[in-house]
Write a protein that binds this ligand. Structure first.
Ligand code: FO1
Length: 320
């Protein structure tokens, strides 16, 4: 007798923080249940290669080959090409490892031959043994520009070259208004089998907003009957990873999960706070948002699976 149809889960993710929860979900869900949509507004061209940092971080993490310490790139990497580039006087501020380069070379060749970013991603994922479906948020170019005192900086120049030092005044997502959200992503939002959408604990400003602001995405999320959860990337007054807390302070927002909840007002139905922020719950006045607490700090693989299980149990989605 055929079993019950698999309930589907969609995770919206940036890089390192989002990839951790995506891995937890992947490990506890039945095969075929998980789709991860990754931000591509951090993508850029460097040394003639198309680099998609968030897609790669999620892909390497789901394939179990990511560098756990750095969060990005491959484990056991070597840097001979980067050293040789340095000797030639080429730019070295963006570190491309020898084996990681194979991904960028292969993807760039596919794109130049006419493949879409979705096709190139699907092909890389199947070659690396990734079981979940990983999609770029769009096949069209969207690029984050960080507004700071010095003018606008392309995202990787702000993040990696300038080490997030410039004071942030705002963001602009070039190409967003003209971009189409990835077709399978939109189809999933209309799929009756979709049982849960999770905004991973990624940076709300530069990882999640590029996805949510694509034409038609907010409307599709509103009409989708599946509950929309968001996990706070801020615990106490610190970001789990990256510059989210620094950005909040520079934008004049209180650095707390309450600001993240306010950011997602009108969209998210369940907001997930870390257990250590349980006392904040009383001060978050978001009448349309249900608040729950969970252990959101994911240091180990067991932590990732545990958070995934808590979210799925809360949403009534069966695990494998
Ligand atoms: N992040 C860094 O902080 N320094 C790097 O040199 C760097 C290189 C890099 C190469 C390939 C890749 O896929 C990602 C890389 N990242 C690097 C990570 C990445 O730029 C950021 O973590 C994201 O854009 C923010 O989500």
């Amino acid at each position: 007798m055929p079993g019950a149809p698999v309930k589907k889960v969609l995770a919206l993710s940036g890089g390192v923080g989002g990839a951790k929860l995506a891995l937890g979900l992947d490990r506890v869900l039945p095969e075929g249940a998980l789709t991860v949509v990754a931000n591509t507004a951090d993508d850029f061209e460097h040394l003639g290669l198309y680099i998609a940092p968030d897609l790669d971080t999620v892909m390497y993490t789901l394939a179990g080959i990511n560098d756990q310490e750095r969060g990005w790139g491959l484990a056991g990497e070597s840097w001979q090409c980067l050293d040789a580039l340095g000797k030639l006087g080429a730019e070295q501020w963006f570190q491309l490892g020898d084996r990681d380069l194979a991904t960028h070379i292969h993807r760039t060749a596919k794109l130049r031959a006419g493949a879409s970013l979705s096709d190139a991603t699907g092909q890389l994922c199947s070659a690396l043994g990734v079981k979940a479906r990983l999609l770029p948020m769009s096949d069209d170019p969207v690029r984050t520009l960080v507004r700071c005192g010095e003018g606008e900086l392309p995202f990787q120049h702000y993040f990696v070259r300038e080490q997030c030092r410039p004071e942030v005044r705002g963001f602009r997502f070039e190409g967003q208004a003209e971009a189409s959200p990835q077709a399978d992503f939109m189809a999933l939002l209309a799929d009756p089998a979709l049982a849960l959408i999770v905004i991973c604990p990624s940076n709300p400003f530069v990882s999640v907003d590029p996805i949510l602001g694509l034409p038609g995405v907010r409307e599709a999320l509103h009409s989708c009957p599946a509950p929309l959860y968001a996990v706070s990337p801020i615990v106490g007054d610190r970001a789990l990873k990256g510059p989210a807390a620094k950005m909040m302070a520079e934008l004049g927002l209180p650095v707390s999960a309450a600001s993240v909840a306010a950011h997602y007002r009108g969209l998210v139905s369940t907001f997930v706070l870390d257990e250590s922020d349980a006392t904040l719950a009383g001060s978050i006045e978001e009448p349309a948002m249900r608040l729950i607490t969970a252990p959101t700090v994911m240091k180990t693989l067991a932590d990732r699976e545990q958070l995934a299980r808590v979210l799925l149990a809360d949403a009534g989605v069966a695990t494998a």
